[in-house]
Design a protein around this ligand. Structure first.
Ligand code: J2J
Length: 527
């Protein structure tokens, strides 16, 4: 949490407004009543309806024992039910833990156990996977299903007559977001109403949102980017309309843009690329689209330059992180800045350091490690003291693990990464988490997972494996299936597996991932 002097400063500056999510929904319902807040297929929810549903669900959840401070692992796709659940939990003061639909038994089991969740809210069947099977790893958490509940509790049965609930304190935790991670298990990111809402309303301002805004939520809604940059919460803050998109393919997304006259949406670079290259552009009227946000991974300048001429809208680059700091190019920035930088921080009080290997600041224009501290950047992960000692400086700066260059106007260009992470088209893979699963295979002596360049996704993952002596070489696919069977999300399964007799080492005897990446490049070039 922020030291008192910082917290009071952020309040005095008017950044932390003393609002809560639950209280705000009540205000919005008063102000915008019957205006459409959320569109999910043929379902249109007004602000007033959303408010009533949150009250009724809060009562039902209270009825089965969910209380203030309890954690509830939430794994829902982009549906209206997601909004009911988060606002119901906000009203109760219970904390959603934002899992993604692609997470499987391994991750969900860990989230339930680590957060000591009292409930797991998930869906029935999605993309061929029966999410009800996750009950097996939910431990003591009660399983609640949006959809056909099978033997579990139906979310639909939990909407009951509202009960009086005390207002929440804006300084308390609102939810736990997930970190992309680089060491082992994903870390949980504690965000308060005050700090998160600042990033939300300031983002809504920067992105010019208003009651006229129609936002297409093309990414999984629980991710920090579509949730808050400015995302669905920014749109609700501004009184606009959220259109939920089940899949971001051009056929689905373009049809929704045309039908609902969407004005702004946010995607990751591979989706932007597919949209730019899709022939469907000419069969749909996309003229309502004013802003295409692209972020989550580095957007190639060559692709950035094609956005305006091809889609006829303004590109906005977004470089953010669930831990806090979010950078945007501004809508009125010169085209050169928009295509060649990842933007500048939301706030004048976002403190940004760019440091060399010895921890000394580098001059503007030179690359270095990005560290940050500010009014919506966390001071530590949830229950992770040991890791926090490494991930944060003693004076509270978060070590982002990103390598950047800052220009004299404060704009950042992301040039690389120091953390052991693969950014697979915006989906983050902690190398160590996958290595640990590979090490569980009886034939594997050692494993190292590194990024390999990919034209479409930016990066894919490659696992280098040293086998135990004397064991027969397994097929690469056997190891990939092994990782999948260990219950890891599909995007974490190594795209490629390479066997080596031994790993190259650094001067201090650690596995040299640089040498592995170089060896991989050489192999890829040889074909
Ligand atoms: C290069 N790398 C980027 C970009 C994120 C808004 C937008 C994105 C996220 C997000 C987010 C990048 N260029 N434009 O939470 O609110 C990489 C960096 C960063 C990490 C954070 C938001 N945009 N990245 O992607 O927590 O390495 O948040 O540290 O998933 O993604 O990942 P995540």
């Amino acid at each position: 949490m922020w030291p008192d002097e910082f917290a009071s400063r952020y309040r005095e500056l008017g950044y932390w407004r003393g609002e809560t999510f639950g209280g705000l929904l009540r205000e919005w319902a008063g102000r915008w009543g019957e205006r459409t807040a959320v569109i999910d297929g043929e379902t249109h929810l007004s602000y007033a309806e959303l408010d009533r549903r949150a009250d009724r669900l809060a009562a039902g959840l209270h009825g089965i024992g969910v209380r203030a401070g309890d954690r509830v692992v939430l794994q829902l796709p982009s549906t209206a039910a997601f909004f009911d659940v988060i606002f119901a939990l906000f009203r109760l003061g219970a904390l959603p833990v934002f899992a993604l639909p692609s997470h499987r038994a391994n991750e969900i089991g860990y989230f339930c156990a680590h957060s000591e969740a009292v409930a797991l809210v998930t869906t029935d069947v999605l993309d061929g996977f029966d999410h009800r099977s996750l009950a097996a790893v939910a431990g003591n958490a009660r399983v609640i299903i949006a959809g056909d509940p099978g033997e579990h509790t139906a979310l639909a049965d939990l909407y009951t007559d509202p009960i009086p609930l005390p207002e929440r304190d804006p300084g308390e935790l609102a939810f736990l977001q997930l970190s992309g991670g680089s060491t082992g298990r994903p870390k949980l990111i504690p965000r308060t109403h005050d700090d998160y809402l600042y990033s939300v309303w300031a983002s809504a301002d920067i992105c010019g949102l208003s009651t006229e805004t129609v936002y297409l939520c093309a990414l999984p809604v629980a991710h920090n980017y579509p949730l808050s940059s400015p995302g669905v919460l920014g749109v609700l803050y501004a009184g606009g309309t959220v259109v939920l998109c089940p899949r971001p393919d051009p056929a689905t997304a373009f049809a929704l843009i045309e039908r609902h006259r969407v004005t702004i949406t946010g995607v990751v670079p591979p989706i932007a690329l597919v949209w730019l290259e899709s022939a469907r552009r000419s069969t749909r009227d996309l003229s309502s689209l004013q802003v295409l946000q692209v972020g989550g991974a580095k957007l190639a300048e060559e692709v950035a330059r094609r956005v305006r001429p091809t889609l006829g809208c303004t590109l906005q680059q977004v470089f953010g992180m669930a831990e806090g700091l979010v950078n945007y190019t501004r809508l009125d920035d010169p085209e050169e800045v928009v295509v060649s930088t990842q933007g500048r921080p939301i706030s004048a009080h976002d403190e940004v350091l760019v440091l060399d290997e010895d921890g000394n600041p580098v001059p503007d224009g030179e690359t270095g490690h990005l560290l940050t501290r500010g009014p919506y950047t966390i001071r530590g992960y949830w229950r992770a003291e040991e890791h926090n000692a490494r991930a944060f400086t003693p004076d509270g700066f978060y070590r982002t693990g990103d390598i950047v260059r800052r220009d004299s106007d404060g704009y950042l260009v992301v040039t690389g990464r120091a953390k052991d992470q693969i950014n697979r088209g915006g989906e983050k893979i902690a190398a160590e988490e996958v290595e640990n699963e590979l090490l569980a295979h009886p034939a594997v002596h050692d494993a190292a997972v590194v990024a390999m360049p990919d034209r479409y996704l930016g990066e894919r993952s490659c696992a280098f494996v040293v086998l135990r002596q004397g064991v027969p070489v397994p097929a690469a696919n056997t190891l990939r299936e092994f990782v999948r069977d260990r219950g890891l999300a599909a995007y974490k399964v190594p795209d490629r597996v390479e066997f080596l007799d031994e790993f190259p080492t650094t001067a201090v005897g650690k596995t040299s991932t640089n040498d592995l990446r170089a060896a991989l490049r050489a192999r890829l070039e040889r074909g």
